[in-house]
Design a protein around this ligand. Structure first.
Ligand code: SAM
Length: 233
């Protein structure tokens, strides 16, 4: 059977690439404070769709205006700033963006200060696969493009027998409260592949965002997918 957890490796799967990327974004921001950096999947309005999905599902599982929220591989923190500015989650006392790139964390913190949100949204440097990393449990965990980047690292674990992608659902389980929700947007994996990667005994898909689909060669698809999972136990 085809292995859906393996993608070709790319420089986008290396920390060095992201350090250089956010170092450049910081320089641009210093020159022009309007320039807060790249917004991944902007063409598909992924960010807006993720926020609208959470707003539409307020009251479902642990999605509340005071939910604790973590953004995995937060980059420039754009998703969290937009989420805050939507005003739907401004009762939250715990909004945390995590990234393994120090440059990302410095940059996102600079933007937070500039927006006067550094008391509301925090950023932390960590590799999410570090076993001794224990930031606590969250009501909502977000991923926009991070699993995609991780998959491109080609890192193998467990004596080279499995890919790092296979460890990802364990990270989500560790970070979520029971009834907590994981919302992920990916451009590298199809909905079926994401379900296969994420679902476990306790993580179950409960809904998805419907994007316009295309048909090519008799196969239907869309360029990105956004799926929500809930931790049931
Ligand atoms: C495609 S970017 C997406 C950034 C952000 N989520 C956004 O939508 O703009 C992928 C991000 O994942 C981060 N990342 C990759 N592997 C990581 C890991 N093991 N732990 C923490 N962050 C990681 C990268 O540094 C980068 O910021």
């Amino acid at each position: 059977m085809e292995d859906t957890t393996e993608l070709n490796t790319s420089k986008l799967g290396t920390k060095k690439y992201w350090d250089n990327f956010y170092d450049l974004e910081r320089k641009n921001f210093k020159e022009n404070s309007e320039d807060t950096g790249e917004c991944w999947f902007d063409d598909n309005d992924a960010e807006l769709n993720m926020i609208e999905f959470l707003e539409d599902n307020l009251g479902q599982y642990n999605i509340r205006s005071d939910s604790s929220i973590m953004d995995l591989g937060t980059g420039n923190g754009h998703l969290l700033f937009e989420l805050w500015e939507s005003e739907s989650f401004c009762e939250s006392k715990n909004i945390l963006g995590v990234d393994y790139s120090e440059e990302s964390v410095i940059f996102a913190t600079e933007i937070a200060k500039h927006k006067d949100l550094n008391n509301k949204i925090k950023f932390q440097q960590a590799d999410i696969f570090q076993e001794d990393w224990n930031p606590g449990k969250f009501d909502v965990v977000l991923d926009k493009g991070t699993l995609d980047a991780i998959a491109l690292s080609g890192i193998k674990v467990g004596d080279g027998k499995s890919t790092i992608v296979e460890k990802y659902s364990g990270v989500i389980e560790k970070l979520l409260q029971v009834n907590g929700v994981f919302l992920i947007t990916s451009c590298n994996f199809t909905q079926e592949e994401l379900i296969k990667i994420i679902e476990t005994d306790s993580l179950k898909m409960f809904d998805n965002v419907r994007y316009p689909s295309f048909e090519f060669g008799g196969i239907k698809g869309s360029t990105i997918c956004t799926i929500a999972f809930v931790k049931t136990k």
